[in-house]
Design a protein around this ligand. Structure first.
Ligand code: FES
Length: 163
């Protein structure tokens, strides 16, 4: 594993422990992949190949599982995960306009992360705040009754935390 940082090496060592716990068990690949994602932040090509080498499962099997379950991600998520609700109550109150504005402000499409690693933009189903429609969550924080003009100020609030 040439070129791997010490921090990354430690993550792989922890992953080795998990793999030795689950390797060979029926259905063991799923918990291995879940732990790998928790440790590494995502299941990118390198992590998929590592799990393949250590478990004997093919990369295509691992990739297939990673892309089938929505809990897995193939690329690192941003520090702030935006989940804009496109459930019915939010949609009829204009959440599409809000998500259009988010895409414009962040210069990324839904499902993508900004190049600075700060924001990941996702569309979600109902987040249980229909009375606040249209609503979104940024990490654990709820923002409701949104209009597109709210978007720049909300994003700035999080950008300023990093300044
Ligand atoms: S539909 Fe958006 S919070 Fe319920």
């Amino acid at each position: 594993m040439a070129g791997v940082t010490n921090a990354r090496r430690e993550q792989y060592e922890k992953l080795d422990t998990i793999i030795s716990r689950w390797k060979g068990e029926q259905g063991g690949l799923l918990p291995i992949m879940q732990h790998a994602q928790e440790l590494m932040g995502c299941l990118d090509d390198e992590v998929q190949r590592y799990i393949s080498d250590k478990t004997g499962a093919s990369v295509s099997t691992i990739y297939g599982i990673a892309t089938f379950y929505s809990l897995f991600t193939l690329a690192p998520k941003g520090k702030y995960k935006i989940g804009l609700c496109l459930g019915t109550a939010c949609y009829v109150r204009g959440s599409q306009n809000v998500i259009d504005e988010l895409q414009k402000e962040l210069k990324v499409e839904v499902g993508k992360t900004t190049p600075d690693g700060l924001f990941t933009l996702d569309a979600t189903r109902c987040i249980g705040c229909c009375g606040l429609a249209p609503a979104m969550m940024i990490n654990d924080e709820v923002f409701g009754r949104l209009v597109p003009s709210d978007v720049p100020g909300i994003l700035d609030h999080f950008r300023q935390k990093e300044a």
